[in-house]
Ligand binder design. Structure first.
Ligand SMILES: *Cc1c(COP(=O)(O)O)cnc(C)c1O
Length: 453
């Protein structure tokens, strides 16, 4: 082993090796230095733990050359989604629409009126650009945008229920991916959780019995990522709203995904819409911006103006406020909702959910043909694409995929890693790319990657 350690090249000498000339020229000094050092270090580590029993200097050089292809490339980058999960939290949730992207470039690349009232020439409020629009499309009377829905829930509980009780049904004490757990969120906000009912059944009387002087609000939580079936009961929003009004306490719903469109019109399972929640009389409704709404990451709080005014003075808002990227892309996205047909056509998340399966088949045939031209065999198969995103996670829509021949585990890894990253999935021992989430403009890249295989 000590012989092997002695065989390791000195950093400064290896950096001058002629075989690394191309790398040296391509990368800046610091990147090149780190790359060579990290590679020597990793060889040393592998000698120590016995993974390397012999090596040549050229092995180290080859490794450096291989890694240099990715050095200097941004770590956060485009991925082609062939997983068939439309709202994939790990892949960045919703893809923004074209108008939003145009406005993002204009607003972010220039000075803008983020907190400036162009009429009065005085300081304005960043929320003002979207509040009216949100009210128009949801039917709410007031609105506030924060960093995400988790932040929306925390700031509301903190403002309206700090030091007091919030009543939640035992059937709604959910955990949403990425460690959003209602009991923990409650604690963070300073409100005390008062559980009522049972896992499968919660009744009006359960809520009513739990109300006392310590009660600040009743919280309903959307069961985003699981279902309870069979012998179940829950209290409708309008009934919750009635209990709240009668007892002079606030009612709130964490609706999770913000659906503004009635999906049943498009043959997809109906989700409760934001408009319905507002109309039910619930005082405060919170939603995510990047799930079914199809916009940027943010949380939207919908409530009466006097409640919104209180939130605007809450200290958390300074920490949870959104930036110009979010406000500008949210405004562009919401504007599309003024005409539902436009929203469904232009917002990628909505388009993918509602599009006819025949369109997906056309894309599958197109990609199949392009691959075939290059001598690459694949098979068109029927699949179900998931809506996903902790919103309608188990709901699926019909789709088509291409199944490839070969070891599915190796193929999955090959497509996922490297310069160009294509995420598919393994199904029935085949590697498949689901066309639901693949766009025409991605096809040339997929074919190129498949050829290199
Ligand atoms: C997704 C979700 C959240 C978290 O929303 P983020 O915008 O990711 O912070 C909270 N509650 C419910 C019910 C959800 O579905």
């Amino acid at each position: 082993m000590s012989n092997l350690f002695r065989k390791l090249p000195k950093l400064d000498i290896l950096m001058k090796d002629t075989k690394l000339e191309e790398c040296r020229e391509k990368l800046n000094y610091n990147t090149f230095y780190s790359l060579v050092k990290e590679t020597i270090d990793s060889f040393r580590e592998n000698i120590k733990n016995g993974k390397i029993i012999d090596f040549e200097i050229d092995d180290i050089i080859d490794e450096i050359v291989k890694k240099s292809k990715f050095a200097g490339v941004n770590r956060l980058k485009k991925v082609i989604n062939g997983s068939g999960v439309i709202i994939h939290t790990n892949l960045g949730r919703s893809v923004l629409n074209k108008k939003a992207l145009e406005m993002l470039v204009e607003v972010a690349g220039n000075y803008n009126n983020l907190e400036y009232d162009l009429e009065t020439g005085k300081r304005g409020h960043r929320n003002s650009h979207v509040e009216e629009l949100i009210c128009k499309v949801t039917g709410a009377k007031g609105a506030l945008v924060v960093n995400n829905n988790a932040a929306a829930v925390i700031i509301c509980l903190n403002e309206f229920a700090k030091g007091k009780n919030s009543i939640v049904s035992r059937g709604e004490l959910v955990e949403i991916g990425g460690s959003f757990r209602i009991p923990d969120i409650m604690e963070l906000s300073g409100s005390k959780l008062k559980e009522v009912g049972t896992t499968n059944k919660t009744k009006t009387s359960d809520y009513e019995k739990a109300i006392d002087e310590e009660t600040a609000l009743i919280l309903k939580v959307h069961r985003s990522n699981f279902k309870i079936m069979g012998f179940t009961d829950e209290v409708e929003n309008s009934e919750i709203a009635r209990i709240g009004k009668e007892n002079n306490i606030l009612t709130m719903e964490d609706l999770g995904s913000g659906v503004l469109v009635d999906f049943s019109k498009y043959g997809v399972v109906k989700e409760p819409t934001v408009q319905e929640s507002i109309a039910s009389g619930i005082d405060i409704v919170t939603i995510s911006g990047d799930k079914l709404l199809g916009g940027p990451q943010c949380g939207i709080i919908l409530a009466e103006p006097h409640l919104i005014d209180r939130l605007k003075k809450n200290q958390y808002l300074r920490a949870f406020r959104v930036d110009k990227f979010v406000l500008s892309t949210l405004e562009s996205t919401l504007k599309l909702y003024l005409d539902e047909r436009e929203a469904v056509r232009e917002i990628p998340t909505l388009r993918m959910i509602t599009e006819n399966v025949g369109e997906v088949l056309k894309r599958a045939e197109k990609l199949h043909g392009l691959l075939k031209e290059k001598g690459i065999e694949s098979q068109i198969i029927e699949t179900r694409a998931k809506i996903g995103g902790g919103s309608m996670p188990e709901e699926t829509v019909p789709s088509y995929a291409l199944a490839f021949e070969g070891d599915p585990v190796q193929l999955e890894r090959y497509f996922r890693t490297g310069d160009v990253n294509i995420v598919g999935r393994v199904q029935d021992n085949n590697f498949i790319l689901d066309l639901k989430t693949i766009r025409d403009e991605d096809m040339a890249t997929i074919v190129e990657k498949a050829i290199d295989k």
